[in-house]
Ligand binder design. Structure first.
Ligand SMILES: Nc1nc(=O)c2c([nH]1)NC[C@@H]1CN(c3ccc(C(=O)N[C@@H](CCC(=O)O)C(=O)O)cc3)C=[N+]21
Length: 280
């Protein structure tokens, strides 16, 4: 079994962004991270994103609001951040506390700065199979990983476990755009094992630690593990249990250092693209 580590994909994405940065002639794009409260998964994504931006030579401004911020204050500032010409892209960390209507934020975000594809405009573009616009970074990270490792997608049977808008559903659309035959599985799927065993490409974004083991996998399957969970000992683990897969699967992305590392690189790529579309 091949281990599809993120680093090689990160390097390929960095090389691509460097070309675009050169065309921008020394302009340094700036990412705005907008966070409300101190939610742990959001803090770890923010930390990873900041490190990656630094690593790619990009700037970050962080806007932090208290958990109990009023809608008036939050949306006023969010509107200003969006309109700020010194900001090339915006990452709004989700979920938002309940007093803030997330749909209002999604509709407000400038689609040209919407690096994680949360605006209805960008969602529509992805679901229409268009190349323009920004797809959610994690779903695109899976496609970048397949591309870098030259895993053929065209005509393959792909099974996606998980139907969240940000990952599973979107990833299904990206796989479909590349001519895979796609099945989406979820918590109400009758025989998950049998469905997964049909997969030549198995992408798991279920949000359940070690849900998938060798009983779900056919020989030669390429497995993409999108999960980031904490195991019994508090260590990061994926939605896939790698034990017993090595003589069965053709390839697997590790957790950590797999899709998660690629996700922040796609965010960086989108930031550079957003700046280029605005300035070139
Ligand atoms: N608009 C939006 N998009 C998101 O994608 C989004 C979000 N909001 N809100 C929060 C959740 C949570 N999330 C995480 C990402 C990485 C790690 C993580 O642990 N990353 C490590 C390790 C990753 C690895 O190597 O596999 C790192 O980046 O260094 C955790 C959590 C994203 N989310």
């Amino acid at each position: 079994m091949r281990e599809l580590t993120g680093q090689q994909v990160v390097d390929a994405i960095r090389a691509e962004t460097e070309k675009t940065l050169e065309a921008l002639g020394g302009y340094v794009p700036t990412l705005a991270i907008v966070r409300v409260g101190e939610n742990v998964p959001q803090l770890s994504y923010e930390k990873g994103a900041k490190k990656r931006m630094q690593n790619f030579g990009l700037d970050v401004k962080t806007f932090v609001f208290p958990e109990d911020v009023t809608p008036e204050v939050f949306f006023q500032r969010f509107r200003e951040i969006n309109a700020d010409s010194a900001i090339d892209g915006v990452l709004l960390l989700k979920p938002l506390p309940e007093q803030l209507d997330v749909r209002r934020a999604e509709q407000m975000i400038d689609p040209e700065k919407d690096l994680d594809g949360i605006s209805p405009v960008n969602i529509a573009r992805v679901f229409a199979g268009e190349e323009a616009g920004f797809a959610p970074c994690t779903a695109e990270a899976v496609m970048e990983t397949l591309r870098t490792y030259e895993v053929p997608v065209h005509g393959k049977r792909a099974v996606v476990v998980g139907r969240s808008l940000v990952v599973g559903r979107t990833l299904a659309m990206l796989l479909l755009r590349d001519n895979a035959t796609v099945t989406i599985c979820h918590t109400q799927t009758k025989d998950l094992k049998e469905e997964c065993k049909k997969a030549e490409i198995l992408a798991v974004a279920a949000g359940r630690a070690k849900l998938i083991d060798r009983d779900y996998v056919s020989a030669g399957c390429v497995i993409l593990d999108v999960g980031i969970n904490a195991d019994e000992n508090g260590n990061l683990c994926g939605d896939v249990n790698p034990e017993g897969l090595s003589d069965l699967a053709a390839a697997l992305t590790p957790v950590p250092r797999g899709i998660g590392a690629v996700t922040t690189s796609v965010l960086a790529k989108h930031l550079v693209q957003a700046a280029a579309r605005r300035l070139l």
